[in-house]
Every structure is written in C-alpha cells, then in structure tokens.
Design a protein around this ligand. Sequence first.
Ligand SMILES: Cc1cc2nc3c(=O)[nH]c(=O)nc-3n(C[C@H](O)[C@H](O)[C@H](O)COP(=O)(O)OP(=O)(O)OC[C@H]3O[C@@H](n4cnc5c(N)ncnc54)[C@H](O)[C@@H]3O)c2cc1C
Length: 428
Amino acid sequence: MVSAPGSRVEALLEGQLLTREIDRGTFIERAANLGLPAPAIGDAADKFMAIAANQAARRATLRSSYDYIVIGSGASGSVVARRLAENQDAQVLLLEAGGGDLKPGILITETWFFNQGGEFDWNFAAERSPSVNNRSITQAMVQEARRLGVALHLDCGVERVLASGSNADGSARVTGLLLADGREITATRIAANINPKLLFTRLIEGSLLPEDFRSRIQRFRCESATFRMNVALSELPQFNGMPGSGAHLGAGIIIAPSLDFMDRAYLSARAEGTSRSPIVEMLIPSTIDDSLAPPGAHVASLFCQHFRYELPDGRRWQDERDAAAERIIDTVNAHAPNFRRSILGRLVLSPLDLEERFGLLGGDIFHGALGLDQLWAARPLLGFGDYRTPLRRLYMCGSGTHPGGGVTAVPGLNAAREILKDHRSGSI
Ligand SMILES: Cc1cc2nc3c(=O)[nH]c(=O)nc-3n(C[C@H](O)[C@H](O)[C@H](O)COP(=O)(O)OP(=O)(O)OC[C@H]3O[C@@H](n4cnc5c(N)ncnc54)[C@H](O)[C@@H]3O)c2cc1C
C-alpha cells in the first residue's frame, strides 16, 4: 500500500530532493516526525545520500567554458542541445535547475512518487515505463543529446546571465553564466528555455537592454489561472455517472458539467480570485501504467481552473492554498463520493507555487499568456519573434517564443535552426 511506512519515506525522499534540502540530518528528522520506523528511515537516508553524492559528482565534472549553454532541459531545451551537438566541434552544456535526471518539462504525477525512489538509476525511465509519457519523451531527447556529447548538469540553477559591452553602442553580448552555487561558466552562445520575462527581468542586468525592450518585456503578460494537485489514492474513484472500473478511468476526465458551470467558475474567479466550483481535469495515469503505484493504489493529477495568481483584498496564496485544495476535492467528491476518503497524500501547487518552484512566472504554464497580442511574430515581443534577443549571442528557445506552449518542442526546433544559421554564417 502507498501508506506503508516505506512508501511514505520514499515520498519524503522525493520531496526533499525536489526542494534540494539535501541534508541528512534534516531528512532523518522529518522522517522521524512522520512516526516512521528507524530501519526504514536509515535505508532511505542512505539512498538519499547516495543520490546527493551522485548529483555532486556530476556537478564536479563541469568545465569552465563551453561553446553553447542551454538553460533548462524542458522539451524545447533538450531539442536545442541535441541539434547544437550535431555540430561535432561544439561543446554543449545543458543546465537544469530541477534536481533529478528524470526531470521532465512538465509536472507529472508519477515524478512525485517514483522519480527518485528505490529503483533510482540514471537511465531507468524509458525501460521501466513502456508507455510514452512526458517523462519518457524528455528522457529520449536527453539520451539522444548525451549520445551526441551534450554535458547535462542537474540541480544547477542559473542565477545570472553574464555579458560584456554596452547597450549604448549595440555591443552588448553574452559571455557566460553565473550559477546559483557561485560558479561561473563561459560560453560563446546561450539559449534560454525559460520564460523570457524571467530571463530579462531577473537574470540579466537591466542596463544591458534597450529601454523600450525593458519596458515591453515587463508588460509581457504571464498568467494561466491554473492550480495543480497530484494525489495518491488507495482506490479508484467511483463516479456516480459510471460506477465501477472501466476504460473511462484511463481517459481524460473533465468535471465541467455544463457551459454555465464553466462560466460560473470563470466569473467567480474574476470576482474572488478563485473559483467556488472549479473546472477539474483529472488523469489517472496508473490505470494505464501499473508501475506508477503499488498494486491496488493509484496516482492522479488534477488540473484545475480558474485560480488567479494575484488574489484580491491582500489575500495570500500561502493562506489560501489548502482551502482551494479542499474545494477541488469537494468538486470531485460531488461526482465520485469515495474520492476524498481514498486520498493518501497530496501535492498541492497554487499559481504562486508553480512560479516559485518551477520558474513559471505568474503561474503561467505556457511561459506567457497565449493571447492574440502575444502570438506569432509578437511572441514574446514584436521585433523579437525570431528567437534572437537584444543581447548578441543570446537566444530564446522555450514556450515563450513561437509557437508557444504545449509539449511540442517546436520552439526549440525553430530556435536551433536560427542559432545554427548564425553559427554557419558567422553573422553574430
Ligand atoms: C500543471 C501543468 C499542466 C500542463 N498541461 C499540459 C497539457 O495537458 N498539454 C500540453 O501540451 N502542455 C501542458 N502544459 C504545458 C507544457 O508542460 C509546457 O508548455 C511545456 O513543457 C513547455 O516546454 P518548454 O521546453 O518550453 O519549457 P519547460 O518544460 O517549462 O522547461 C523549462 C525548464 O527550465 C528549467 N529552469 C527554469 N529556471 C531555470 C534556471 N534559472 N536555471 C536552470 N533551469 C531553469 C525548468 O526547471 C524547466 O525544466 C502543462 C504545464 C503545467 C505546469
């Protein structure tokens, strides 16, 4: 059962690594607070340290200079790194802030339970789970990038993009990166798989950018009004409309019974910041991949709308997160009455959590709203729809560029084409 002490330690192990609190003492203390038996804690702590050591060893192999650095190993970043590495002379580094080698470009349910658990092995994902999911797609791309010689470094958040020259005479160009751990790495070209607003407002010194660009990128709208919850379940939900198990549980289950219901969810979020009865999109991936949960148990993801990033009247997500989660559970429970009691554990991510944990500014899952004014040549800004930026040799390659969000990797494919064009022509 998922609730067995060992499994709870695994979930804790995962949580600790994801938040990068890689300290054995803290880990053991938290596990003990869960009331778990000492042997289970000891085993997990050993495993925890082995993974941390593995991560540290990988970090130690970082060189000080590369031809290309790609920031972020999402679907788009992995494609860019792979394409650049096809150029045999190029030294390519792919940096990922996430703390696991199986880090996918999307927050998928199974990561929470199994990503770094007992069977952890740097290449196990594709073999263990035969079904194609976001994790296996990103993994396949990462494996191909590695085969081509890309160095991949995880748990390596980028703190700052370094540059030389001046915006005044147009000579500003990138020279390298400062990592969160204080190291600097130089590179000839850099591609950023992160939200462009995050890149230009938090990672780059403002004076290096033209004033007009600076003010326009500040106004790049980022919000998708989504709230995410992953749950571990002791049993499958029994829906009033279709009791028992069946193929419907392996499909996308959308709780949005009518247009009026959806309209109310939208209007109440506009007025109050959160929907009283939210739209809930539920997936139960363990119904089609039984490696995701112990026998009889299941994992489900709940993708919920609408939840504003900024709450009115000075309310804060830190105080509202759990109430919103309860409302989501109530919504599902109204259609599947065994749902609430079947929940063994949950990971709750408000729009603010999505921003703080994954760099998704405004909680925007697509690195920028997909409005008409932010699409095509205007993504992220008019004049910068070709993946190039005001800083020479700095490129954008993620969802904040054309054609936008979704696990398509097309922004990465397009960006790689432009970068290689510049490389071959020697133009930048
Ligand atoms: C909850 C949720 C549900 C979604 N549902 C769907 C869906 O059903 N269908 C669909 O098509 N799309 C969905 N999406 C959107 C989809 O996941 C994204 O559009 C897609 O993953 C974007 O790929 P990307 O490579 O551009 O960026 P990302 O996958 O966001 O990759 C960016 C990477 O950069 C890393 N990073 C951020 N900051 C730094 C830093 N400072 N240093 C180093 N690395 C950094 C991040 O950790 C991340 O791995 C969903 C997204 C979320 C969050």
